[in-house]
Design a protein around this ligand. Structure first.
Ligand code: ATP
Length: 266
């Protein structure tokens, strides 16, 4: 494996007496698509929330080997953070959500400008600091927004209200918004949920294109096994909060422990 972009090391996450993740370790390769799968309640979302700064892990370390060198994401957190961590975004991790969270009353392009504002602290939407530097940053942000809209086949929707877009387009808008922050790693939480087969195909092409053309690393939670097997370079399987298998799609699909977990056999 090349240098991992992400290393999850011995992460345990407890909620009172409930252990949602126990001693979870895995690595995600740079420029590759890593899928996190497992039956309902396996602990996928919880580990995602630790990686993206929504939770602070009870134990363990999460390392991002980003442009600024290895960073301990856990060290970025001085306290538990709810509602997302701008520090994690600035460290180079972006995410989407299982339940779409767009600013539905704002236009499509404004959704992308807000994301950049949060990621950079630039007051892009305000007229207060209209210095030359801010105007340049604003122009750059608008250009970047249109670039990512076109990459997601959404350019023609730029001025529509986000809430008016069909569901499949809202899913792609979430990815465009995450890409606007120039992440090294993007974490997609069930991106195919609620999509029809043709929207799912379009989504898999988009994800593969992002990886191939933009030096992006992807971590994806997904229940759609067709999509996972089509796009993943590497699969990590969780069950009852623990990693039970980790390898190529073929090796994981043929792993008796995985077959047993999905069939409910212990
Ligand atoms: P699904 O595929 O159904 O989304 P999942 O694999 O994402 O499931 P998690 O949502 O991470 O699983 O949940 C793992 C376990 O941790 C479950 O038993 C869940 O009830 C528990 N859990 C998750 N979040 C909390 C919380 N905030 N408080 C208490 N228990 C929680």
């Amino acid at each position: 494996m090349k240098t991992p972009i992400l290393e999850v090391q011995n992460v345990t996450m407890r909620f009172g007496g409930i252990v949602a993740n126990r001693d979870v370790s895995f690595a995600a390769e740079r420029g590759a698509i890593t899928a996190l799968i497992g039956p309902n309640g396996a602990g996928k979302t919880t580990i995602f929330n630790c990686i993206t700064g929504f939770y602070r892990a009870s134990e363990g370390r999460i390392l991002l080997n980003g442009r600024n060198g290895p960073q301990d994401i856990g060290q970025l957190m001085t306290r538990p953070i709810t509602g997302g961590s701008h520090l994690v975004t600035r460290a180079g991790i972006a995410r989407t959500f299982q339940n779409i969270r767009l600013f539905k009353e704002m236009s499509v392009v404004e959704n992308l400008l807000v994301a950049q504002h949060l990621a950079t602290r630039n007051n892009l939407l305000s007229g207060v600091f209209r210095t030359r530097a801010y105007r340049a940053a604003e122009t750059e942000a608008v250009d970047r927004a249109y670039f990512w809209l076109s990459q997601m086949n959404l350019a023609s929707d730029a001025n529509r209200l986000a809430g008016e877009l069909p569901y499949g387009r809202q899913r792609r808008l979430e990815i465009a918004r995450a890409m606007c922050t120039s992440p090294a790693l993007i974490c997609l939480d069930e991106p195919a949920a609620g999509l029809n087969p043709s929207e799912t195909r379009e989504l898999s092409e988009v994800i593969q294109r992002l990886c191939a053309e933009h030096d992006l690393s992807v971590l994806v939670i997904e229940h759609d096994m067709g999509l996972v097997m089509r796009i993943a370079d590497h699969i990590v399987v969780l069950d009852h909060g623990e990693v039970i298998s980790d390898g190529t799609p073929d090796s994981v699909a043929n792993d008796p422990a995985v077959i047993a977990a999905y069939l409910g056999v212990s």
